[in-house]
Write a protein that binds this ligand. Structure first.
Ligand code: PEP
Ligand code: MN
Length: 339
């Protein structure tokens, strides 16, 4: 249910409403709007009608049911787009298109620091790099783990870019959160509900990738898992789904961008690297995603893709990334965005 407070309702009135929601066995989430606050009361669907009684409380304008199965992620609860703060000077969800770039895996200090500086100079705002890698094969490189996190920290200090890195299990989530500015949940873990709940309890933005066989509704339900634990800072990432097509690694579902933008207030980005699996197709799909309304991009960049420990074939060399950014800027301007 959504409890819409009157414009100018007193703090005391709001506190009473929050108290009442808890007494009724629901969890309140306050969403600050431009003119008034609304409170999402989430919990067991079956007894929700008891919340209707809140309508008679002081300061309450109305109590309305949320029709969508995802609640906190839905535009019913919050109409205006969410601006998510990543660091002191980087936020996503506003006019600026935020490009996150870097290698698939952190391999060594030189690789990550050089890449960080190169992508920053080309206009990237976030450095990406995996320290824990969820690989399809147990025999593939699994990442440098904590050493990788330390190298990311070094690259952040050298470049000034905030870092996005993947969390693969609840046990290491807190450790990763000590280093990361953005906690990435990979496609293979996007319905790992224990992990989603865990990052929902941490105080860092979450970059949630779409699972390879997930519907858009299931994707939003995964976001809801994170949000219902108290973490509203969720960025959604379309990274390609599995279809019958084999010419590309995945099928980048660009139509998910406008659909998601219609359904949710959360920022939406696209990952054309995993979406295509081929460096030649990355730039065209990046252009298309921005033209289609994406709030950002995630792009794999490696100084020596032939020798990359993972995802070399889909990684751009720094010079190709810089060339892509030049054209991307023009496309962003044509849709009234900036880079
Ligand atoms: C990655 O970002 O390197 C990654 C593993 O992506 P995905 O989870 O989308 O496959
Ligand atoms: Mn990768």
């Amino acid at each position: 249910m959504i409890i819409v407070m009157k414009a100018g309702a007193a703090k005391k009135e709001k506190d009473e409403v929050l108290k009442r929601i808890r007494e009724l066995g629901y969890k309140p989430h306050v969403i600050h709007g431009t003119t008034r606050d609304v409170i999402g009361a989430v919990g067991d669907e079956r007894g929700k009608l008891v919340l209707q009684s809140i309508e008679s409380m002081h300061g309450v304008e109305s109590v309305v049911p949320i029709l969508k199965p995802y609640k906190l992620a839905s535009k019913e609860v919050k109409r205006e787009p969410s601006l998510i703060r990543i660091s002191e000077n980087v936020s996503i969800g506003g006019r600026e298109i935020v490009v996150m770039a870097g290698p698939c895996s952190v391999e060594n200090e030189k690789q990550i620091v050089e890449t960080a500086i190169a992508v920053r100079d080309a206009g990237a705002r976030v450095l990406r790099g995996g320290a824990y890698k969820p690989r399809t094969s147990p025999y593939s490189f699994q990442g440098l783990e904590e050493e990788g996190l330390r190298l990311l920290d070094k690259a952040r200090r050298e470049s000034g870019l905030p870092i996005a890195t993947e969390v693969v299990n609840p046990e290491t989530a807190e450790l990763v959160a000590e280093y990361a500015d953005i906690l990435q949940i990979g496609a293979r873990n996007s319905q790992n509900f224990a992990l989603l709940k865990k990052v929902g309890q941490l105080k860092k933005p979450v970059l949630l990738k779409r699972g390879m066989s997930m519907t858009i509704q299931e994707f939003l339900m995964s976001a809801e898992y994170v949000m219902s634990e108290g973490n509203q800072a969720v960025i959604l990432c379309e990274r390609g789904i599995r279809t019958f097509e084999t010419a590309t690694r995945n099928t980048l579902d660009l139509s998910a961008i406008p659909v998601l933008k219609e359904q949710t207030h959360l920022p939406v980005i696209a990952d054309p690297s995993h979406g295509t699996g081929n460096h030649r197709y990355v730039a065209p799909m990046a252009f298309a995603a921005v033209a289609g309304g994406a709030d950002g991009l995630m792009i794999e960049v490696h100084p020596d893709p032939e020798h990359a420990s993972s995802d070399g074939p889909q990684s751009l060399r720094p010079d190709k990334f810089a060339a892509m950014m030049v054209r991307l800027r023009m496309i962003a301007e044509s849709v009234e965005r900036s880079i």
